[in-house]
Ligand binder design. Sequence first.
Ligand code: HMG
Ligand code: MG
Length: 287
Amino acid sequence: MTNQITIYEVGPRDGLQNEGSIIPTAGKIALIDTLSKTGLRKIEATSFVSPKWVPQMADAANVMAGITRNPSVDYAVLTPNMRGLEGALNANADEVAIFGSASESFSQKNLNCSIAESIERFTPVAKGAHEANVKLRGYVSCITDCPYEGAINPAAVLDVVTKLADQGCYEISLGDTIGRATPDTIKRVLETLLAKFPATLFAGHFHDTSGNAIQNVATALPFGLRTFDSAIGGLGGCPYAPGARGNVSTIPLVEYLHENGWKTGLDMGVLTQAQNILNGFGLKGSS
Ligand code: HMG
Ligand code: MG
């Protein structure tokens, strides 16, 4: 099996969405443009979500219009509904993501609807993405723990994964939304999912609240996962997941992978330049 890992950089979206002070659009563009020179092939640039729900992402169209595209990079955006898909298509996004949850309470808080309603809402989004030849990714939040319900049964994750796979997602990112997963709970959910689906369908999206994220990556690697989401500077969190801290930080994750014989194709010098741009934002993130 390949020793090549895809780092899926979510810093400009997940990293920034939870920041209270609005970052100027030009700063977000400078960050994405520098990330585009690191060797990354996947950058989640922004979200076409309701600005009432996530004010930081209100400038999504301007961010997408302002970046300098590297043709080797897929620029991805979140699209919770048809309004989001229209924004994404107008902005020429290369990839869109629908995002569901294995927890009913989190679905209500984050999307204002039940899990079943969210899947119904995603159906035309998925169809529209396929018709436009835009790659479709899926997320499942709360794969082990929910901020409102506590422990989550792996069967609930399998159920949502099955529905997102039916909608034609080429990849499903498994979200430890609040960073409470442990190697044991990651193992349990992966055993359930990989009994039905190939490891190549999945990416790991581990927040680092408890400092377990890199260990959780290490747990997922022998299962065959080869794509991991991370955020430059370890920024991130979801406004509707109280207590969640940042995503696993890109630079330490890449260092860990390189030290252990994995290849990412990423340039540490340029990644450091990208991380330094965050200093100018005056944010809380750290590596
Ligand atoms: P709602 O209030 O039920 O929807 O929210 P609505 O249809 O009634 O719309 C409310 C207002 O938003 C309306 O405006 C709509 O036009 C507007 P008004 O008429 O009041 O002026 N609106 C939009 N505007 C721009 N773009 C849109 C859009 N849709 C509606 N796409 C809704 C439902 C889904 C819109 C809302 O709940 C929402 O935007 N939620 C997104 C929350 C979010 O982005 N959370 C963070 C990302 S998920 C995450 O971080 C987890 C992840 O990282 C994985 C992990 O860690 O587990 C992915
Ligand atoms: Mg997240």
